[in-house]
Design a protein around this ligand. Sequence first.
Ligand SMILES: [Zn+2]
Length: 83
Amino acid sequence: MMKWLCTVCNIYIYDEEKGDADTGIIPNTRLFELPDSWRCPVCGASVDKFIQFLEDNKILSDKSQHNINFNTVLVPTTKILFK
Ligand SMILES: [Zn+2]
């Protein structure tokens, strides 16, 4: 069972183990088993906007930090290679 974070609002987390009682989803329903009509209860985003949520890693802050580092490293390296 996994947890999924809505990337549109960054608030709602769908927990497969718990389902979502408010929208009538029974526990142990996988994300891909949700009806096509299912939407994020917070912002109304569709299921394809969800990404896997890893509780141990703060996925969003890690991701943005990674992007910054990647750009910072990539630019000087490219300059060196093409000199
Ligand atoms: Zn949402």
